[in-house]
Design a protein around this ligand. Structure first.
Ligand code: AMP
Ligand code: TRP
Length: 383
């Protein structure tokens, strides 16, 4: 068997049982004791829809904390990933608007374009190029076992109306989505990738692809570390069994970063809780109330935990009504300056374009270097 293929089979087997990588795979890096690769932070977000409180607490704030806390010598990248967005049908005009809105939202929330290389993925062609190279070593079976792909298949299987796609019609780009994500990460030789829990499987694939590539072609990529954001999931306000999501049909289920204080109050007031009169923090049995306490805690200036806030509310004899009023006040107060900033930035399209162009130029410097190494390693460099 070709050594490359053998490498894939081994990595796949370990990925399934979750054990450490076998000696054969890690040999390339352990044979000579090498210094740890320099740290590089990378994360990505799709430009689909207006970001909501789940995105804010689950990705934006943890990312901002990394932006603040990493030494200035550590490169930090944040990419708005349009090439991922088009793996599902998008309205072109809406996509232009959404890409601009996402950049403006990130800037308004505090992404500093001097410190962080903030850019549009599609502006740096090397993402597509590396994705192709990685497609040539990515195992199809593994991609077919990805939860996101399987959920699309399940939806397609249940399709009963004519305009929904059947399994046969599912697109290759959707299957290959995680390979493009691996390319995003590896292009910058990233070592720290902050993501929410739902992305862990994609990150594991990126790690495995890096190792398979290195084993076949020499050490080009450091193996990236997944840094799962510890933040609790923010749940839907209408159905606390689901997470808050951009794609849920009911807009009352989520608080968008651009919602007015009035909208926030209406949505929180309508949040599904339960019939118990007092406030307690019991995420398993009272997820609706726990979700409100989690949101409150994330914005609490005194940094009290959800349980501490519940105890305080309990001591004061609060019911759900008072809790909801407190939560909407604290969310609206926190979002007000972000929204002022957002309005200022979104009105200045020229500024957004300059930030995107500068970010892409900076990203391209590293991307071009990595691609030159990759081409040479594979035998498609000079002739
Ligand atoms: P998405 O909106 O699904 O494109 O997610 C973008 C990022 O936000 C991912 O890193 C998610 O893990 C995070 N995220 C999305 N929804 C939530 C949520 N309800 N609670 C916490 N984090 C979330
Ligand atoms: N798939 C990620 C999501 O839906 C977005 C993403 C694309 C990403 N490329 C990435 C996240 C690279 C981290 C690193 O949230």
């Amino acid at each position: 068997m070709h050594p490359r293929i053998r490498g894939l089979a081994r990595v796949r087997a370990t990925a399934r049982c979750g054990a450490a990588l076998p000696a054969a795979v890690s040999r390339a890096s352990s044979s000579k004791a090498k210094a740890a690769p320099p740290e590089v932070v990378f994360s990505g977000i799709q430009p689909t829809g207006t970001p909501h409180l789940g995105n804010y607490l689950g990705l934006f704030l943890p990312f901002l904390e990394l932006q603040r806390s990493t030494p200035a010598s550590t490169p930090v990248y944040l990419s708005v990933v349009g090439l991922h967005a088009i793996t599902l049908p998008q309205d072109p005009a809406a996509l232009v608007r959404d890409r601009r809105n996402m950049l403006a939202s990130l800037l308004a929330c505090g992404v500093d374009p001097e410190r962080t290389t903030l850019f549009l993925q599609e502006d740096v062609r090397e993402h597509s190029e590396l994705a192709w190279f990685l497609n040539t070593i990515a195992p199809v079976g593994r991609l077919q076992r990805m939860t996101t792909w399987k959920s699309k298949i399940a939806t397609a299987r249940n399709a009963n109306s004519e305009d929904e796609v059947s399994e046969e019609d599912l697109r290759l780009g959707l299957l290959s989505y995680p390979v493009l994500q691996a390319a995003d990460i590896l292009l910058y030789k990233s070592t720290i990738v902050p993501v929410g829990e739902d992305q862990v499987q994609h990150l594991e694939l990126a790690r495995d692809i890096a190792q398979v590539f290195n084993r076949a072609f020499g050490d080009v990529f450091p193996v990236p570390e997944t840094r799962v954001v510890p933040q609790k999931r923010v749940l839907s306000l209408r159905d606390p069994a689901q997470k808050m999501s951009k794609s849920a049909p009911n807009p009352l289920s989520r608080i968008s970063l651009t919602d007015s204080p009035k909208d926030i109050a209406t949505k929180v007031k309508g949040a599904v809780t339960d019939s118990t009169a007092t406030i307690t923090y019991e995420p398993d049995t009272r997820p609706g109330v726990a979700n409100l306490l989690t949101i409150w805690s994330a914005f609490d200036e005194a940094k009290r935990s959800p349980a501490e806030l519940a105890a305080a509310a309990h001591a004061d004899g609060w019911g759900a009504g008072k809790l909801k009023a407190a939560v909407s006040d604290v969310v609206a107060a926190h979002l007000a300056p972000v929204q002022d900033e957002y309005r200022r930035i979104i009105a200045d399209e020229g500024y957004i374009r300059v930030v995107a162009a500068k970010g892409a130029d900076r990203a391209r410097e590293q991307a071009a270097k990595t691609m030159a190494e990759v081409r040479a390693a594979v035998g498609l460099g000079g002739i």
